[in-house]
Write a protein that binds this ligand. Structure first.
Ligand code: PLP
Length: 386
């Protein structure tokens, strides 16, 4: 397949372009029209299926050394675009060497297992998270339906930053968040269908969800304390303190760093569960020091050991309660595990990751609030910061 050769410089940007001509123009820039796209996409679909059909034969962990790629890459981007065939060949050569080789070896009925294994070790340069032999970190889901959805959303390329920027995008998200919320048996205040203040929104990561909730809680605390009559609380930012267990995901501490607030990691009990009493004691100590406790992140299923903080006890304490159920949250869909979520009615925000157990490609993190207005307000009172 050889494409015409148009470079960026050859396009006359001063030419008046009707908006309906934009897509063909972009296609000309990348040298691919719909006919070529059809062919390339079909080739790629075959490649994806072969990869998944043979993933079990690959070595999960590659044996390459840091900076191995630098030596094989040109120092800068090519001046002229390259045809798809050469880009496709680069996938084989640079990213996933050995897809075809592994297949050929299979076809030769794997004469000597040992030789093939050693050969593969040298080839691999990717950690195969979806291999059935991958047991590190946490699961990251992928599935053919999710890949199809990614293709469609890539093709539609809609930008959903507000309702009018693409109404179906916003409304489908609202519907899906309500469906998922109902499957998890979240209290109705978290759902749009209750027509209250609550609802859910898709984020890219649980880390981002915690950060957003901490910022919202910070905003609420700053508004409350800077309007208080006491002059010593006029600039509360450097007095705010957040809490989590020592078992919490590292993203909680990172969120505090980014929010410029203090964070205290508290010791859990022998079951690695953070208890209400421990939090209460820490809050009392900090208040005596003149600090302002404003946020606690409780985990339902820690990444390290799947431990559960005691949210029934923690929920009795009146500071923003964010529940991080990124890892184990999907389990609450099963009625026999739902009781682990008891106490969620006291939470301000709740998050779980469909991209871990629910066969949805990364990134997809689901975040619900009892009051979405606290997040919308974030934009308006940011000027209250020091
Ligand atoms: C995986 C995990 C996170 C981080 O998830 P990302 O979506 O990768 O940011 C946070 N908390 C817990 C408990 C997790 O298991």
């Amino acid at each position: 397949m050889e494409f015409g050769h148009i470079t960026l410089r050859q396009i006359d940007f001063k030419t008046k372009i009707q908006s309906s001509d934009q897509f063909p123009l972009f296609c000309a820039l990348v040298k691919m029209d719909s006919k070529q796209f059809r062919e390339a996409a079909k080739q790629l679909v075959d490649y994806i299926c072969d990869y998944h059909d043979n993933i079990r034969d690959r070595d999960v962990l590659p044996a390459v050394q840091p900076y191995f790629l630098e030596k094989q890459m040109p120092g800068s981007a090519p001046e002229n675009g390259e045809p798809w065939t050469s880009v496709f060949n680069d996938i084989e050569k640079l990213i996933m060497p050995g897809v075809n080789k592994v297949m050929k070896q299979r076809q030769e009925h794997m004469r000597t297992e040992q030789k093939i294994f050693k050969g593969r070790m040298k080839l691999e340069r990717m950690t195969h998270w979806h291999s059935p032999r991958f047991h590190a970190y946490f699961p990251t889901a992928s599935s053919y339906p999710a890949i199809l959805a990614d293709m469609l959303s890539g093709a539609l390329g809609c930008v959903g930053f507000s309702w009018i920027s693409s109404p179906i995008c916003t409304e489908l998200e609202m519907s899906m968040m309500d469906w998922l919320g109902k499957m998890l048996h979240l209290p109705s205040e978290f759902l749009f269908s209750s027509h209250g203040k609550g609802g859910g929104v898709i984020q890219e990561a649980a880390s981002e969800s915690t950060l957003i909730c901490m910022l919202a809680a910070r905003s609420r605390a700053i508004t409350k304390y800077s309007s208080s009559s006491s002059p010593k609380n006029k600039s509360p930012l450097n007095k705010l303190v957040a809490y989590c267990s020592t078992q919490a995901h590292s993203s909680v501490e990172k969120a505090a760093l980014l929010s410029a607030v203090k964070i205290r990691s508290l010791d859990p009990d022998t079951n690695l569960s953070l208890r209400g009493e421990t939090l209460e004691r820490a809050i009392k100590d900090d208040r005596e020091k003149g600090l302002i406790p404003f946020f606690v992140a409780a985990s339902l299923g820690t990444t390290n050991s799947c431990a559960f903080d005691n949210i029934i006890e923690i929920g009795q304490i009146y500071i923003w309660l964010h529940i991080d159920a990124a890892y184990a949250g999907s389990a609450f869909i099963c009625p026999e595990y739902r009781h682990y979520l008891n106490g969620v009615d006291k939470a301000d925000s709740f998050n779980m990751n469909p991209h871990k157990w629910l066969l949805v490609n990364s990134d997809c993190s689901a975040l619900w609030f009892v009051s979405l207005f606290k997040i919308i307000d974030l934009n308006t009172n940011i000027s209250n910061l020091d």
